[in-house]
Design a protein around this ligand. Sequence first.
Ligand code: ADP
Length: 500
Amino acid sequence: MSSNSNRSIGRAFAFRLGLWYAGLFIVSAVALSAATYVLLARALAAQDHDVLQSMLSRYAVEYQRSGLAGLQRVIEADAGQGRHEGLLVRVVDERTEAVYFAAPPGWGEFDLSPLDAPSVSASGWATLGGLPDGAVLEVGSVMLPYRVMVQVGRSSHVRDELLGRFRARGLEILALIAVAAVAGGFLLTRAALAPLRALESTVRSILQTGQFDARVPIRDSHDPLDELGARVNEMLERIQSLVSGMRGAIDNVAHDLRTPLTRFRNVAEAALLTTDPERAREGLAQALEEADRVNATLTALMDISQAETGTMALALQPVRLGQVVDEAVSLYADEAEDRSIVLRSTVPHDLRVDADHTRLRQVLANLVENAVKYTDSGGRIDISASAGDGVVALNVRDTGIGIAPEHLPHVWDRLYRADASRTTRGLGLGLSLVKAVVEAHGGRVEVTSVPQQGSTFTVMLPTAAVPIEGTTPGTRHPVSGFRTTGTGHPSAGRRHPARR
Ligand code: ADP
């Protein structure tokens, strides 16, 4: 899909989302305005009623105190002071004849006969429609002794006008809110989706170029999308280093396989061409050896993956650690001696661990080989062990080149090689095999190192639960079968990664 169509899809999505937000916002604004309108209308109506009610109460008190004449006096005094402006004031006697009547101009022709209905005097309130200005007349009545009734009415005109203005302004404001909500919703959604668009464009660029060097821009806002971008960047970082590590390893593997394969071809060809049966036999034996090396290199790669995925078959049994250490040491004793490196084991012979003998020898062979490989002539390698809390800790300490702190956490990674080791032969598979095999035994590994002073690799394994004498049968773990062709076997070749 082209980036243009992606962008327009992104815009359409932002617009749709913005529209949803705007819709919700507008609905809320309308609901709020409607509620305000209703409350305001009620408050105004209640206020009008209160005004009428207080006048009626005053007139009733006056009537009771001074009779009809007194009532008339007060009403006329009120009228004189302009208190009846905009009001209908009516006093009717027991014959329903108006004793007093005052109304705003224009209301004269208005039919007030419904106000004499018994229901009006009973309920105290009546509403008449059809005022000249289209408003309604709200009238409060109070029945006094001797069937004298006082009525005070007021047009809803002022209130209606106020509410009408409120409606008109309210609609204008709502229209503005709607426009602002749609535009704001769209802009906000676009801004909120910007990190996702950046993420999408990073992924797209990786897909298009096949290179893992693109990164999601981080805004340091620490919001969840920023965090997501940071995690994606970390993931890309790891993928990138894994991919480049694997590329390097494939090159290494190809390089390491080509040499024995070429030798294999040469000796096989020479054996074929020779007429001397003795030389032909010798050639075939050499060819076999080369084939074994290739096979062992490939097996090392498969072993790691089996140990890491938990499918490695382990024949667990109580194993004398000292004996296995001696076997591994004997593999490298000559090389150590050649380079004047002191290689010494002080592992007590009665220490036992629950392990697969062949795999454990493979682990130790890798650690001792590394120690010899990364220690300069005249150095020293000490292998010691101690037991406690059901765990045996085995240390392989060397006085070699050491490992820089930035490399230290990675040395167990598959295919990882520290810069300092580039000049030495290796695939970066040895320690990952050590770790995978030890963890498959339920143990763990540790390393401490000081550059130019040396390293100590520690392997921790569970102590054997049963004594060695009266040998217990090996536990098959897992049940998929026990492979006897361990690459750590001394016959697998000493100075070649194939022994791994
Ligand atoms: P390699 O085949 O490169 O030896 P390993 O997996 O055995 O691969 O080791 C990984 C890296 O750890 C090595 O490349 C090296 O940089 C470092 N390393 C391992 N053992 C030692 C040691 N004893 N001293 C210094 N560096 C070591």
